[in-house]
Design a protein. Structure first.
Length: 213
């Protein structure tokens, strides 16, 4: 049985998710924590450590980013999956820098949740079907240079900036371009890298060795 811990400041959501996961044949919820501070106390004790930690990003006080950072620095054996209400690019990017293995939208169904947990156990990561399309094999090995899209100088510059936690407005200001022009470059990069969103772009750029988080 794969042991899982849940961290979320909404008790009713946490309890419901725990009940759902305990119904899966190969998973069991070891413990739940109502907030980041409570989770850190349990992790620091070093007892009853989970193999997978489902971690809410946005929590008052000690948030998910702080917890992910602590795990990255002290317990790399724990696989962290972020939980979020919506596709919050900036927050997810920050957590990617601390080694999270994927993220679930809180609106997902039970089948996708089970699939995602199984993917993390088997492959070590899960980034939702939209993101994992065309990326899975490249995360297992560095793709040959022939698979790297041809980019001009400005596209290379913006690719690096898109792989930070800066907002699109901040990126536009940094490179002295309008937001609409940055949006055009973003769409062009999405097309060249065959991805649907910014997180997918980051993961594929990392897999191809073009950027480091």
């Amino acid at each position: 049985m794969t042991k899982i811990a849940l961290v979320d400041d909404h008790r009713i959501f946490c309890d419901s998710l725990a009940s759902l996961i305990n119904g899966f044949p190969e998973f069991t919820v070891l413990w739940t924590a109502e907030g980041g501070a409570a989770a850190l106390r349990r992790l620091e004790q070093g007892q009853e450590l989970p193999e997978i930690l489902l971690l809410d990003i946005n929590m008052p006080g000690v948030d998910g980013i702080a917890v992910a950072k602590w795990i990255f620095e002290h317990r790399l054996d724990i696989k962290v999956i972020a939980l979020t209400m919506e596709e919050d690019d900036e927050s997810v990017i920050q957590m990617l820098q601390f080694g999270i293995r994927g993220y679930f939208l809180k609106s997902i169904g039970s089948e996708e949740l089970l699939t995602g947990l199984r993917q993390v156990v088997k492959f070590g990561y899960y980034y939702t079907p939209i993101i994992t399309q065309n990326i899975n094999s490249q995360l297992q090995r560095k793709a040959p240079s022939a698979d790297i899209p041809e980019l001009n100088g400005r596209e290379k510059e913006l690719l690096i900036l898109f792989c930070t936690d800066k907002s699109y407005m901040e990126i536009a200001q940094k490179v002295f371009l309008s937001e609409s022009t940055v949006d055009t470059y973003r769409a062009r990069l999405f097309e060249k890298f065959e991805v649907k969103n910014r997180i997918g772009l980051i993961l594929k750029a990392v897999a191809l060795g073009l950027v480091k988080l």
